[in-house]
Design a protein. Sequence first.
Length: 749
Amino acid sequence: MVRPVCDGEANVAEPVLSLAEKLARERRARLAAERLLEQKKRELFAANAQLSRHARALSDQIVQQRHEAESLKGQNVQVMHDLERATSEAEVAQRRLWEAIETIEDGFAVFDADARLVSANQAYLGLFGAARVRLGDSYYRALEALSGGIADLEGEEALDWRHEMTARLTRDVIEPKVIRLCDGRHIRFHDRRGEAGDLVSMALDITEAMEREAELEEARARAEAANRAKSAFLANMSHEIRTPMNGVVGMAELLCETALTEDQRLFAETIRSSGEALLVIINDVLDYSKLEAEKMRLYPEPFDLERCLHEVMLLLQPRAREKGLKLIVDFDIFLPTRFVADPGRMRQILTNLIGNAVKFTATGHVLARVVGLELAGGEYELHVTVEDTGIGIAPEQIEHIFGEFNQVEDQSNRKFEGTGLGLAITRQLVGLMGGAVWVDSEPGQGSCFGFKLVLAPAERTGTGAGPDRPVLLRKALVVDDIHINRVILQRQLETYGLSVTSCRNAAEAVAALASAGPFDVILTDHAMPETDGPATVAALRSAGATAPILLLSSEPDAVGDRPAGIAAVLPKPILRSQLLRVLQDLSYPRPEVPPQAPPAAPPDQAQARPMRVLAAEDNRTNQLVFRKMVAECDMELQFANNGREAVEQWQSFRPDLVFMDISMPEMDGREAARAIRAEEAARGLPRVPIVALTAHAMEGDRVSILQAGIDHYLTKPLKKAEIVARIAAFCPPGARPPGPAAAREAAPG
Ligand code: ADP
């Protein structure tokens, strides 16, 4: 029997262990060992596999890192390469920069923040010459070098100068400084602080520029002196020419009044008109030189623009008539007529534009039109246009014609005389008045010149011609061959409440009389192509017209004795106020008064003393002209040769009237007038009327003339009628009237 054996029993039982058991135990041990081995093998295998994976990863990593290292190395080489190239480029640039800086003739230097010279070109260093300023030297040392005999300190102490120069660098903005060197050169220093405190200094040699500037300054001074001399010369020359011209024109006028053959009259008239034309040219030259020297002044005063325009038209009427041109005025009926402006200059502008229009128009008409509108401030913006049907101006010429001495030069207008200054003066005058001029033109068709101005009305009276006596006429008939004339007249009449029938000729008028008559007033033009004015009047009268007829004529004097059946002859273009007055007169007819004998002369007239007239005039010829002009006057005349004599003679002669030339040697007319006024005031004497005789050149001095106590003035060349009228106007009650000629032409002072 086999008993189970426990472990405690084994050792005890070892001797009894069977071989089989020993074998089995060994086999088991071997199996266990084999299993363990197997196990370990597997573990080893797994470890190996892991190891080899690691190894492979490591090797991949190494390969990659090697790649990376290689690429980095490549990059590094590139960077190194770039760096080298950049360095070399920078070196080249720096070298070029310095070469460039060396080549410039101006000095260039850089001081560091401690004011040490770190770089400078030879031009800069050369400034210091033998004083040898070098790189590393201080700014102060450079100043010492300059102040030690190189720079001209212009009397300043060297220390002060250096102090001032260093103080200059402490300012926020360093102003350029010009230093004159003892060798005559001028150097301008431009200094600028850099961000790091560096000071960049440029030294520019401006010697040539300074010399040029000095030359220019000298040339400018010379030119100004020459211009002043020219203006003075022109003003003087104008006076000098004017004085003998006064003699020529005055004598010619007197000559025309004597008994002459037809030829002689033609010669004398030519002398007079040529003289007057010459004076116009002198005035142009004088005005132009004044405008150019900005010496022209305006003297605004209230005046009647419409009247001014009509006066210009009337003045140009004879020339227009010679050519058969119609002069037409269209003054906006809703505008006032009185404005504040310089009337003399306004007349000059209008004369220039209308004069040109007449000059450059062979057939047709010249129409001056004034329209305008009231601005918020009560002033008026006026547009004045002068339209003609003349030769016109080519487009390429248009922009030049307002320039001085510019005439449209071709065969077509070489036949026109003129200075070429008129439009230049016009443009400048209008500009001076704050306005602008313009022109539209069509060659062969005509031109339209215009200007725009803002003017204050002189007084607020509506249309200026307010009907104080209302017009009672209701129906008017207008006969005129020119359409624009009919339109203007119709508009004017309509503002006075009339209804108007317009006709082109006598036949139409007669027909209108039958169909639309009767009329309260008939207005007919004088010069019409088919049936003229008087014939039209006759036709109308025989067709039964009973209304008063007004004849409008551009040549009222030539109409002769008033043709039968005509109530009044009115000058063309007609002034609104004049038309109104005639319509008013026709509305309130005066009873016919039998013609009266002229009042008998006062019985003591023959005994009354003659009027005493003193004329101060230094020029002998003008004295003679004056004497001849007043020869018909019954009066005592004395001449004074200058202002001083005038004052003396005023005291001894006690004149009733003094004519006073303004430009006279020793004492001029103004001074003499002042002296007379002062004496009168001091001695309580009555005020003697003084009439100045001025040249055109003096027109601008009107204020100073009037301020000197002068009452009136006449412009040379003197006109007999004007002088005689003045004398008659100032004849005092106790004196004999100076003469029939004067009395006839007397005008109120
Ligand atoms: P002037 O008349 O003395 O020659 P202006 O300055 O008045 O000088 O005019 C300059 C030029 O402009 C004239 O010469 C003329 O050629 C041209 N011109 C002026 N006005 C007219 C006009 N109404 N029609 C045609 N041409 C004109």
